[in-house]
Every structure is written in C-alpha cells, then in structure tokens.
Design a protein around this ligand. Sequence first.
Ligand code: FES
Ligand SMILES: [Fe+2]
Length: 350
Amino acid sequence: MYPFREGYFAVHNGWYVIAFARDLKHELVGRWLLNEPVVLYRREDGQPVALSGLCPHRFFPLAKGRLVGDDIVCGYHGFAFDSGGRCTDIPGQSNIPATCKLRRYPVAEHGIWIWIWPGDPDKADPALLPDLADIGHTADGFIVEPFYEHELKARYQLLNDNLMDLSHLAFLHSSSIGVPENATVIEELTEGPRLLRSRRTMNKTRAPPVVKETQGYDGVVDQTNGMDFHAPGLHAGFAEMRYPDGHERAEEVLRRINVFHAVTPATRNSCYYFFAMASKDTAQIERMREYLKKTVAEDIDASESIEQMLALHGEPQREVVKYSDRNAVRGRMLLQKMMDAESAAAPNAS
Ligand code: FES
Ligand SMILES: [Fe+2]
C-alpha cells in the first residue's frame, strides 16, 4: 500500500513503542499492532505483558475482560488465560483444547517506553533496541518527559514522511518552530544499519517564534536541527540554537532540546504517536509541554488530511519528488528493504 510496493504494509521484525512505561499499570489496555488486536498489562511483579487481544472463543476483545491476579478472564464467557497466553480455565469443562491459547508478544521496558516486537519471537533481539545514550535519552543532566500520546487516523508512513522531511517546519509550523531556512538549506545525511541520520545547520537565521515566546529572545541565531530514524519505529531528534558570531555571548548555547517521536502502525489506516522531550531545564519542559500541543496538532492534521485524500481520491500513481525529500525517500526505501528481506525469508509475511 502507498507509499510502499503493492502488498507491503509494515516491518514485522522490529521493535515498536506500544506505550509509555509510566502509563502501563496492573490493568488491561487494548491496542492494535500491525492490524492485530493486542492486550497489554503489567503483572503483579511489574513485568509488562502483551498478548493477542482476541479471545479465541468468540473473538470478544480481551481488553474488555478483567485481571484476576495475573490472569485475564474474558468478559464474555469467562475463559481465563495466564500471562504466557496459556488457557487455564474454561468454565463448565475440564478439557482445554490445545488450540485455546493466546499469542504472546516479546516486550521490553527500555527508557521511558514499553516496546513490542510483532514479528518472529526468535528474532526479538534486545540489542536492536535504540541505544539510550545515542538517542540523547541519557545525555548528561537531561530529563526525559513523556508529553503526548495520540492515535492518528492516518497510516503510519505519513507520519514517518513528516518527521523525515523537516522542510515542512518552514510552512506548517511557521508560527512556532519553523524559519524559512528549514526549506532552503539542504541537510546532510548519513546511513547505518537500520538508521538514517539527518543534520541541517542554518546560520544567522531569525530565531523562530518559539524562542521569542518562551525565552524572550528575538534576535539572530545559529541553529542545527537533527533527526535520527531508528527503523522501524523511533525518530530521535534535537534542536540546538547558539548566539551567532559577533554577539556578546557568541557560541553560547541559547537552547538545546531533544525530542523523541515514536510511530507505531496500528491498523492499515491508523497509527500511534508517542511524543517525548528532554531538556536540562524542568521549567522549559513544562512550558514546552503546553507550547508544542499546537505544533503537534498541525502534524496530526496534515497526516490525517492526506489519509482522507487517499481514501476519497484513491492512491496516487506518481508523486512529484523534490530534492529535500531525500531523507524521507531513503526512509521509505529502508523500510521497503526490511520488508523485502522478511518476505524473502517467509513469503506473505508482509
Ligand atoms: S468470547 Fe471469550 S470466553 Fe467467549
Ligand atoms: Fe512537524
């Protein structure tokens, strides 16, 4: 499906964020993951659990059941399942068919997130989780704060495209975080295994509105924006601004924030978006938690508006590609390559 080759939807063998760790409690939460229903909870010992969210009896959503100890009891006819997905009770009979079980998904608690692996459990390697120091999660003195969690009525790749082409800051976010140079200065790209790294350095620009509105500075800045796509599901970015040459505080950092955008395919036409930010300044974190609501709403509206166009108009045959699409196009190619490798290993896996 657009923008991938016909028949391809999402990478299965990869870690995706399914919840902020602080939000997962000893209670059932229903999610979708690559078009499959999933139920999540923490066991009494604190371990996160993810199981198929569909009762194998009559397909009632298990998230509407209840927890008894660490077992899920289906809310319809009372089948019970333990945290490994094994059926432990069928009311009114002692025989439990071998087919009565739930798929258990590999999960990991890593940083501020709960991660899930929708593909082959034997391939769920914790070493493939993004390195917390590399993404700026554990940078010296930085505090990481979950901000927002949204479910978008848009296929996940529309949000990935958005996050990998930050030229849109100059237009979609011109009233908050963007400056015209976001669209005219070409970024530098580097690639690694499951990684795309982009850096855009813009010297002597006006400070974007956010700097004036939250820090009271309305002069000229040197700035660098970066975004690292850790395929398939995390974009770790930063924005750093410095006072420019000639300023009495030249080279001093005026502002540095790290941002984390986790994008997870829910259904074919919906996705989850987990946004978090890190800064050394707790007051700035709280200001930005309010301030960025509008900016993030603009990205959500753009993604959902495109999804509506695709639904009403049909999927486009051909796009016009611009030079600064390089990063987004490479991001699509990286995911397509990963999906191709999965199909080669297990036909129809995509
Ligand atoms: S649908 Fe779950 S027990 Fe019947
Ligand atoms: Fe944006």
